[in-house]
Design a protein around this ligand. Structure first.
Ligand SMILES: Nc1ncnc2c1ncn2[C@@H]1O[C@H](COP(=O)(O)OP(=O)(O)OP(=O)(O)O)[C@@H](O)[C@H]1O
Ligand code: SF4
Ligand SMILES: [Mg+2]
Length: 365
């Protein structure tokens, strides 16, 4: 359905608004390749600012890439003219994190859903009304909701409207950019279940962008992990959750460290902050935080290499990186937001250092 090849997006950063001097380039997406099959969900995960949304927007051609290509149903859409791209959009849709911001507050839900039908010449008048009613039903809303405005709905209901709007044109692919991140946990599950059932019913393909490993586990077939503009690992869900090979994926998925300093529980400790995408580290971008970094990592960019059965890893030394014990992913508490998990690693490291120091001090006295 979708083939993304060597996709690159660099944003220039300028000083001054009008005749600004270019200070540098944010390498938001840097040589990213993956594909999505019909009816498949590929989850794209990574820390804030790693380039997930930019990847989604490039696929939708909401912005032009610096280089690389996007093929949709075998057709290169990277350089399509505006009118041709508008026609193509009928087949690919996007759902955003904040449905309220993406819905026009002055339009009723009925008008919002009828708009794409008219723009793409799908239905007008009474057939559009019938289609609106059908769409509301498909996403679990009522016919009378067509007369209401976005502010009269809850967050979960608004996301249902966003989904109905995306479905209006019968798309093949939907880019879901953190569609449940802003919702309460109980509502998240409902929306994810709705997306899954719609996928089954209409044969949809999803690129599902997320921070949350628990949600991704439920929704995805394969998972791609992104770090500072690059894909570092891609594998089917089962493999990625049970046997991550890239040190960064391992850090996100390793078992929660035990508080006991004597315990040799499996844990990965990330050192240092996320570097800036404006001047990413040379070689492997993860080398400033990686436990296993060697000299080669500082100079040579690791390519994604095949680790068997479609599992690909961008690490020079993944064969010698120890296999870790992963967290119990059945427990959502173990799969919280990345920032929370990474902060937990940092805190565990500090605790363990403090414990070691105090143990050293008591031996000395
Ligand atoms: N229009 C823009 N101009 C300049 N820089 C941009 C622009 N859009 C995104 N960026 C930068 O590109 C990088 C990737 O941003 P992006 O929004 O794709 O990240 P993300 O992974 O979706 O993050 P989040 O999880 O916070 O949504 C960031 O460093 C961001 O600051
Ligand atoms: S290439 Fe080197 S720095 Fe990068 S993840 Fe592998 S071991 Fe770590
Ligand atoms: Mg984003």
């Amino acid at each position: 359905m979708l083939e993304v090849e060597r996709l690159v997006k660099h944003f220039s950063v300028k000083r001054g608004v009008v005749f600004g001097r270019t200070l540098g380039h944010v390498r938001a997406v840097d040589d990213v390749s993956f594909s999505i099959a019909r009816g498949e969900t590929l989850a794209l995960v990574g820390e804030s600012g790693c380039g997930k949304s930019t990847t989604g927007r490039l696929i939708m051609r909401l912005m032009a890439p610096t280089s690389g290509s996007v093929r949709f149903k075998g057709k290169d859409i990277t350089r399509l003219e505006k009118a041709a791209m508008r026609r193509m959009r009928r087949h690919m849709q996007i759902i955003f994190q904040d449905p309220y911001a993406s819905l026009n507050p002055r339009l009723t839900v009925g008008e919002t859903l009828a708009e794409p039908l008219s723009v793409h010449g799908i239905a007008e008048g009474s057939s559009a009304l019938a289609r609106v009613r059908e769409l509301l039903d498909v996403v679990g809303l009522l016919p009378e909701h067509a007369r209401r405005y976005p502010h009269q709905f809850s967050g979960g209901q608004r996301q249902r409207i966003g989904i109905a709007r995306a479905l209006a044109v019968n798309p093949d692919l939907i880019v879901c950019d953190e569609p449940v991140s802003a919702l309460d946990v109980s509502i998240q599950a409902q929306i994810v279940n709705l997306l899954k059932s719609l996928q089954y019913r209409f044969g949809l393909s999803y690129l599902f962008i997320a921070h949350d490993l628990a949600i991704v586990k439920h929704v995805s077939d394969r998972v791609a992990v992104m770090y500072l503009g690059k894909l570092v690992e891609i594998a089917d869900k089962r493999t990625l959750y049970s046997c991550p090979r890239h040190p960064y994926s391992q850090a996100l998925l390793s078992a929660i460290p035990k508080p006991d300093p004597q315990s040799r529980g499996e844990r990965i400790i990330l050192a240092g902050d996320v570097p800036s995408a404006l001047s990413p580290p040379s070689g492997c971008r993860f080398h400033t935080r990686c436990l296993y970094a060697q000299q080669r990592c500082r100079t040579e960019v690791p390519e994604l290499r095949d680790a068997g059965h479609g599992h690909r890893v961008a690490c020079h030394f993944y064969e010698s990186v120890p296999v870790i014990k992963t967290a119990d992913s059945a427990n959502p508490a173990n799969m919280g937001k990345f920032a929370v998990r990474l902060a937990a690693y940092e805190a565990a490291k500090d605790r363990s250092l403090a414990n070691k120091q105090s143990a050293g001090a008591s031996v000395a006295t």
